[in-house]
Ligand binder design. Structure first.
Ligand SMILES: Nc1nc(=O)c2c([nH]1)NC[C@@H]1CN(c3ccc(C(=O)N[C@@H](CCC(=O)O)C(=O)O)cc3)C=[N+]21
Ligand SMILES: [Mg+2]
Length: 292
């Protein structure tokens, strides 16, 4: 029988570590603080931001929300970022994506102080990740790595296939798996027979945003599958969340698999809190005790 990887439970363990670390920082008169910038009125973004603010409160991280209207100019967003960069009481800055189409996302992300870039999206952190430097790492891939280490222990020598090549998941995921001594393949929309490549994998990371794209034919029996996809679909007359993996079919052949919801999603938020504490420690000269 396939093991169900419980992302909520794993996230609770990470959050407990983060909470203990926040208490140590409070005792040293450091109050870790996360600023979340939300532009426009995308309902999904509002839900995500609300969840981030709630989790922050639970672990004692102070959170600040900056809401700008959908018509805000790039310069207005950049002004908010500049003020947060300059504020020593703010340790982490997250600009919720996607931004309205008229705003250049890269320009905004590059304006964030790399030391406060708790998403790990600034080119300095992206470069540092590929060089194996100890930098702030994107939350979703970092959460996937935690789940993999919890499930498999050492990943050395495993063949990992990443399905999808986005800047926020696929590419940093491949870099982290390589750093953990995996052999990696990245499968994408131009891959020839992606299912055949995927079937070679000991570890599959699905991050394409296509509901139930990956069925049992893509999976080697005994593989571990991490499903990053969060797709809202209409089915049987109601709205539901499904991953990029056809869970019912694929769990018949896997050694372990994450559900959606309750898998990678909660880990993403937990790793955001983890990054905020790392950033606060770095900015206040507190030594880093564990780097994982
Ligand atoms: N700058 C930036 N950083 C992000 O990290 C970022 C972003 N922008 N934009 C949107 C995506 C999406 N994202 C999620 C985080 C948690 C869940 C999550 O907790 N999901 C739960 C519940 C999902 C639900 O019920 O809607 C679950 O999977 O169990 C989902 C999605 C972070 N993102
Ligand atoms: Mg999930």
């Amino acid at each position: 029988m396939s093991q169900l990887i419980d992302g909520k439970a794993a996230a609770a363990r990470v959050l407990a570590e983060v909470k203990a670390e926040v208490e140590r920082l409070h005792a040293q008169d450091v109050e870790p603080a996360l600023a979340v910038v939300l532009v426009g009125d995308d309902p999904a973004s509002h839900v995500y931001v609300r969840n981030k603010v709630l989790r922050a409160g639970e672990v004692g991280i102070r959170s600040l929300e900056y809401r700008l209207p959908a018509e805000a100019s790039a310069d207005e967003v950049l002004e908010v970022v500049a003020a947060l960069n300059a504020d020593p009481a703010v340790h982490g800055i997250l600009v919720q994506l996607p931004l309205p189409k008229h705003i250049d996302e890269v320009r905004v992300l590059e304006a964030i102080d790399p030391g406060k870039d708790v998403d790990g999206f600034h080119s300095e952190n992206v470069g540092g990740l590929s060089q194996g430097r100890n930098v702030l790492t994107p939350c979703t891939p970092a959460g996937c790595m935690r789940l993999l280490h919890d499930t498999l222990g050492d990943l050395s020598g495993k063949h990992a296939v990443v399905v999808g090549r986005s800047n926020i998941v696929g590419k940093p995921m491949a870099a982290l798996l390589l750093a953990a001594n995996c052999s990696i393949s990245v499968v994408h929309s131009r891959s020839v027979e992606p299912e055949k490549l995927c079937r070679l994998a000991d570890i599959v990371i699905a991050a394409v945003g296509r509901p139930r794209l990956i069925d049992a034919g893509w999976i080697k029996p005994g593989a571990v599958v991490i499903d990053v996809g969060i797709n809202r679909i209409e089915e049987d007359g109601r709205s539901r969340l499904v991953g990029d993996v056809d869970f019912a079919a694929v769990q018949q052949v896997t050694a372990a698999i994450t559900p959606v919801p309750g898998g990678v999603g909660p880990m993403t938020i937990a790793m955001l809190m983890h990054n905020t504490v790392l950033a606060a420690r770095q900015q206040t000269g507190q030594a880093i005790q564990e780097a994982r």
